[in-house]
Design a protein around this ligand. Sequence first.
Ligand code: ZN
Length: 399
Amino acid sequence: MIQRFLFRAPFRASPRITTLAIPQHSAPWRPASISHNLPSIAPFHTSSGARPTPRTPPNAIHIRTPSLQSPRLESSFRRPRRPQKIIHTRFDPEHVRHAKPLLTGEQLAYVITHGWTKVVVVVGGVGSVIFYVWNLEEVPVSGRRRFNCYSESSVEAQGKMMYEKVMRDARGSILPDYDPRVKKVQRVMERLIPASGMEDTRWELHVIHSAEMNAFVMPGGKVFVYSGILPIAKTDDGLAAILGHEIAHNVARHQAEQLSSLVILAPLRWAFIFLDSAGVTAGFGRLLGDLALQFGLMMPASRKQESEADYIGLMIMAKACYDPKAAVKVWQRMEAANKSDIPQWLSTHPSNNTRIEQMAKWLPKAEAARDESGCAVTMGYAKDFQETMGGWVSFGKMI
Ligand SMILES: [Zn+2]
C-alpha cells in the first residue's frame, strides 16, 4: 500500500524502499515524414545521426518541427534513455510514530499565547456575532428564527448548474403540455401558488415520465414532478399535499439556509484541520469533525426543515381549499410503497410515521385555515356538483 504522509518527517532510505526499472524501448522514436500534397520531404534525421542529403529540388518546401531542432532533444532521440527509478514508500507505523507534527507543542503554545492572537480572536469573535445577529430572520408561516446570509438571486444562480443537469438527464422524458398528467399538475399548481404568496415568482413546471417517486422545486420556482409519484398522490388533494410541501421549501427559503449553514460550519472545519496539523487529533480530527458536523448539525437541521415544509405545505394546501386530511393519507401510501429501514437519526428526512403523527397534530389548525379562506362555501357548491355528476373523475385511476 502506497501512503503519503501528512507529516514533515525527514526522509530516510530504508530496506522497505525498492526500485523498479522501466523496460527500455526496443528502438528510439523518430518523427515521421509529412507527405500530403507537398513535394517529397526527407526525414529529419537518420538513425546514424547524420543528416541525409536532400532529394528534393532546392526550392522544395521543408517542414520541420522547431522543438526538434534543439540539440539536446535531438541527442535524446538518438541515445537510449536511462531507466527511470520508481520509488515505492510503504506505510511504516514506526516511522509515523516518530514523525514530527507540522506545529510543535512550543510553537502551538506561542501562537495561542501571543498578544496578536488574542486581538484576532476577540475582533473575529465580535465580528462573527454581529454578522450572525445581523442576518437573523424569521421564516414565513412557521415563525422560526434562523440565520440566512444568502439572497434569493444568489441561491438561484447557485442552483443553475443543478437545473441544467436535471434538464439534461430528463431529456426525452419531459412530458408535453397536452399530456393529462401535466394538466393535472398545472391545475393543482395554479391553485397553490396564490395561497403560497409567491405569485411574483416565474414558475416553471416539468413533469418527467419516470417510475421514480419524487418531486422537487428548485430556487426560482422550477418545479419537477416525476410521474412515479402520481399514483401515491392519487387525487388532486394528495398532489396538493406533495406540491404544497415542495413549494413550502421555496417559501421558507431552505436552500439559502443550507448554504448559510456552510458559512457557520467552515470555521469549525478549519479548527479540526488546525488540530490535525498540531498533532492533537492524530490525523483523525478532520474526519471525526466532518462526521460530528454531519450527524450533529446538518442532518438534524435538514429534518427540521422537512418538518417545517410539511407544516407550511399543509397550511398552503388548506388555504387553497384542498382537504388537508389527504396529506396524512399520502404519507401512509408513501410508507406502504417505500418502506425504509434507515433509522431516523441517520436520515435527512423525518420518518414517514413521524410525519403522519405531526400532520395529524396540525390538522385542526389546517382545517381552521381552510375555513377562514371561505372554502366551506366553495366546497359546498363542489359537493353539489359532485353529486350531480356522480363523483369526481380521479386522475389517479387513469395511470
Ligand atoms: Zn422536502
